[in-house]
Design a protein around this ligand. Structure first.
Ligand code: THU
Length: 140
């Protein structure tokens, strides 16, 4: 994916992050999921007083898309950091979110774009972040 497209996806993730609901961790994460049809689904993390029902930003974005019948994806941008501050570190997706990506994405093709600023953007393939992952193909 070219740099301009990545920058736009990071910008979308930063917008998504503004809506994070994080009264417990005060750690705000935003994601922007690009579907193969060109649509971008934004997601933020949403916490709960019972803690475990918390949804990460990445899963919020995936479940929004899948719940609308969209099942094919090209890339996701993720940004995160302390609430009320600009991002300054990479925010790599948690293991559960990587597993959800494995459900819907091609591990050799799907790109995970992480940014600590607009000048520091790192891109990984799903297979790099979830080596030897278990997915739908294992059940065929
Ligand atoms: N979080 C995400 O939204 N995505 C990740 O990949 C890492 C963690 C959220 C969950 C929780 O609301 C907060 O960050 C602190 O763990």
């Amino acid at each position: 994916m070219d740099l301009n497209k990545k920058l736009n996806l990071v910008k979308e993730a930063c917008e998504a992050r503004k809506l994070s609901y994080t009264p417990y961790s005060h750690f705000n994460v935003g994601a922007a999921l690009l579907a193969k049809n060109g649509k971008i689904y934004r997601g933020c993390n949403i916490e709960s007083a019972a803690y475990t029902p918390t949804s990460c930003a990445e899963r919020t974005a995936f479940f929004k898309a899948v719940s609308e019948g969209v099942l094919e994806f090209e890339a996701i941008a993720v940004v995160g950091g302390e609430a009320d501050k600009e991002i300054s570190e990479l925010c790599p997706p948690c293991g559960v979110c990587r597993q959800v990506m494995m459900e819907f994405c091609d591990k050799d093709e799907f790109e995970i774009i992480l940014a600590s600023s607009f000048d520091d953007i790192k891109t990984f393939k799903l297979k790099e972040l979830l080596p030897l992952g278990f997915g739908p193909a294992n059940l065929e």
